[in-house]
Design a protein around this ligand. Structure first.
Ligand code: PGA
Length: 248
């Protein structure tokens, strides 16, 4: 079953309105003939300017998180409605940095995911094991739990993108091998098949993330279950275009 590949950048807490707009202007002509969907998830404060910078291009703008409530007393948070006002199409949810440094839980991931879906924003739900979990042999157990809890109550799983990001590979320059990434992503697809339905699992886009770069993207993208990438460091430079054009 064919799935349209999806390459998304995650700028994290990087770039400014000026440098971000310059990067988008430089990337736009390089990615315009991409055969995959392309997005850049940017810091919330940059969304209005980056939306303008990407207007008329095939680069969609995404957010790096979204809160579950419609509005209310949640200092520092951003609602789906606020994102929607700027035409935001995607929101990363449950990134390991959010889980690790900001105490986000599977329950919170679930509530954020449902709120995004209710508002027509595609959640990019991140899952992945730490180094000690991989070494203990609990990778599948950890990921199964993240999927079960994080995706509870999702009506149409095809509207969710999953990003498999082994925590030990994020920002470390240590990529999972093509085989490790494929094996775990195949497990994720199987688990989604069990939680939802096997046919829908074949349609779900599952990205790999963790030190994916211009050099290793081809090998990762050649794996049968890997449908794209969530790119951190390499999305801050023109290398992002090389990754988007991995098939050329
Ligand atoms: P990295 O980050 O590509 O810099 O490893 C990926 C991510 O955290 O989404």
């Amino acid at each position: 079953m064919s799935r349209k590949p999806f390459i998304a950048g995650n700028w994290k807490m990087n770039m400014t309105a000026k440098s971000g707009a310059e990067l988008i202007a430089a990337l736009a002509p390089l990615v315009k003939d991409a055969n995959c969907d392309v997005a850049l998830c940017v810091p919330a404060i940059l969304i209005p300017e980056m939306t303008k910078a990407a207007a008329g291009t095939n680069i969609a703008i995404g957010a790096e998180n979204v809160h579950w409530a419609k509005n209310g007393a949640y200092t520092g948070e951003i609602s789906a409605e606020m994102l929607k006002e700027y035409g935001v199409k995607y929101a990363i949810i449950g990134h390991s940095e959010r889980r690790q440094y900001f105490g986000e839980t599977d329950e919170g991931v679930n509530k954020r995911t449902l709120a995004a879906l209710e508002n027509g924003i595609t959640p990019i739900v991140c899952v992945g094991e730490t180094l000690s979990e991989r070494e203990n042999g609990t990778t599948e157990e950890v990921i199964a739990r993240q999927l079960e809890k994080g995706l509870q109550g999702v009506e149409d799983i095809k509207k969710v993108v999953i990003a498999y990001e082994p925590v030990w590979a994020i920002g470390t320059g240590k990529t999972a091998t093509d085989g490790q990434a494929q094996e775990t992503i195949a497990f994720i697809r199987k688990k989604i098949g069990e939680l939802f339905c096997p046919m829908c699992a074949q349609k779900v886009i599952i990205q790999y993330g963790g030190s994916m770069n211009a050099g290793n993207c081809k090998g990762l993208m050649a794996q049968p279950d890997i449908d794209g990438g969530l790119i951190g460091g390499a999305s801050l430079k023109l290398d992002f275009a090389t990754i988007v054009n991995y098939d050329k």
